[in-house]
Design a protein around this ligand. Structure first.
Ligand code: SF4
Length: 442
């Protein structure tokens, strides 16, 4: 939407790329000189995201490490160095691809194929295992709009929406939706977390906080299944896995009696039991509720990060798989390894990192291994990864300085729209990856 008034040149609708909620209810007011004057609708996280355009940490020129120091060079010199590093590599590793667009993800996969690399996104250390289960068992899922209009019970399980996806609560729990004249007063919030997170701060009298003991998610799910199947009939008097009897009974009543419930689970569930299949059990629990309850209908939405779902959609549609993507002789081959074991077992000899900061985010045992091999980093900002890279290719900020497709946390495709030109005419992730592909063909 564009509107002109006397003093301001235009107001533009803006899809925020700040998290996987990709809120499309924001507006930006531009001056006649195309400077951002004001923003409406953004949460603090989204506001910080848009302010990245003024970040002092912005990288505006390509960099190459010379005598141990990163030096500014021309794009052509940087691309020649990239080609040299790739040509001397037998086992390149490509990683990241979440804080970017599907177009960049597609080019990342094309590049991996061309250079016989192994490619995974950040999903491999996050919701990758969720979607591996979904491929096998399916998922009773729903959309954000259904949550807004129909959901009456919201269960945040090992996820802290108030911080990870700040407008989720205002857009769903605090909204009325199309079909009701009531709002928050008929919506129940249930928080399952060992910690009282920021989301706990919005809980009211009708809501429930269940302080589940760490690592006990699988036990709780099995207990709930037994209660629903009537293999257990009573909650122990002293409660179960840290939750008191009365609260657990209320929780079970909500599972059996809600009109339209949704479970939004996050990293807390994934990390709770790395050796047990807690995601599979959660999917089965929801299937069981839907099969056995006359009244209740439950759905699951994994609280993914940024465009994680985009990489899953793109890789599934291009290759039929979403992880352990490895090429040899420019063909997809079976790989028994995933990102962590590849790094752990030193099965790579260089890395190309796109829109990610694994030096900060991976455990030190893995990140230190990355630093021992050449790193090509494609990023907008100075990060620990770009600081340690051998080549840094700066890019425009996806969704602010470039257009592009992304998939929202509920797997709805959304178009991000460029609102401002990047500094120094920087290319997008998509364009720089294409330039590398073209350079390799010269
Ligand atoms: S919730 Fe996420 S997408 Fe929505 S405005 Fe905040 S940061 Fe942006």
């Amino acid at each position: 939407m564009t509107k002109s008034t006397k003093n301001q040149e235009r107001i533009q609708r803006f899809v925020c790329p700040g998290c996987s909620l990709y809120c499309d209810d924001n507006q930006i007011v531009f001056s006649k000189n195309n400077e951002i004057l004001e923003t409406y609708g953004l949460c603090l996280k989204g506001y910080k995201k848009i302010n990245e355009i003024n970040s002092k940490n912005r990288i505006k020129n390509p960099l190459i490490r010379k005598n141990g120091v990163l030096k500014e060079v021309s794009l052509d010199e940087a691309l020649n160095k990239v080609k040299e590093l790739i040509n001397s590599s037998q086992k390149p590793l490509l990683y990241g691809f979440v804080n970017t667009t599907c177009e960049a993800q597609i080019n990342g996969i094309h590049l991996a194929k061309k250079i016989n690399g192994f490619i995974e996104s950040n999903a491999s250390i996050c919701h990758g295992q969720t979607y591996s289960n979904v491929i096998e068992s399916g998922l009773n899922s729903t959309t954000l709009n259904e949550c807004i209009n129909k959901a009456d019970v919201f269960i945040f399980w090992g996820s802290n929406a108030a911080e990870s996806h700040p407008k989720f609560l205002t857009r769903t729990i605090f909204s009325r939706g199309k079909f009701r004249i009531t709002g928050r007063e008929i919506k129940t919030l249930i928080l399952i977390d060992p910690r009282e997170t920021a989301t706990y701060g919005v809980a009211g009298a009708r809501d429930l906080y269940l302080p589940l003991k760490p690592g006990k998610d699988l036990e709780l799910i099995q207990f709930l299944k037994d209660m629903i199947l009537k293999e257990k009939s009573e909650v122990p008097a002293d409660g179960f896995v840290g939750i008191d009897k009365q609260d657990l009974n209320r929780f079970i009543l909500n599972l059996k009696g809600s009109e339209n419930g949704v479970i939004l689970f996050g990293q807390g569930v994934i990390n709770s039991n790395p050796n047990g299949n807690v995601i599979k059990a959660l999917i089965e629990l929801v299937d069981l509720i839907n099969e056995t309850s006359k009244r209740s209908r439950f759905s699951i939405i994994p609280m993914t990060g940024h465009n994680m779902n985009g990489f899953i959609q793109v890789s599934l549609s291009l290759l039929g798989k979403m992880g352990q993507i490895e090429f040899s002789n420019n063909q997809l081959v079976e790989s028994k390894k995933e990102l962590i074991s590849k790094i752990k077992d030193d099965e790579f000899d260089m890395s190309i990192i796109v829109a990610s900061d694994p030096i900060s985010n991976l455990p030190i045992t893995l990140s230190s291994k990355l630093t021992k091999k050449p790193i090509i980093a494609i990023d907008c900002f100075i990060t620990p990864t770009t600081r340690l890279a051998d080549v840094v290719l700066p890019v425009a900020i996806a969704g602010i300085e470039t257009d592009g497709l992304v998939y929202r946390m509920d797997n709805i495709p959304m178009n991000l729209q460029k609102i401002i030109d990047p500094p120094a005419n920087l290319p997008s992730d998509e364009q720089i990856l294409l330039k590398i592909i073209q350079k390799m063909e010269e």
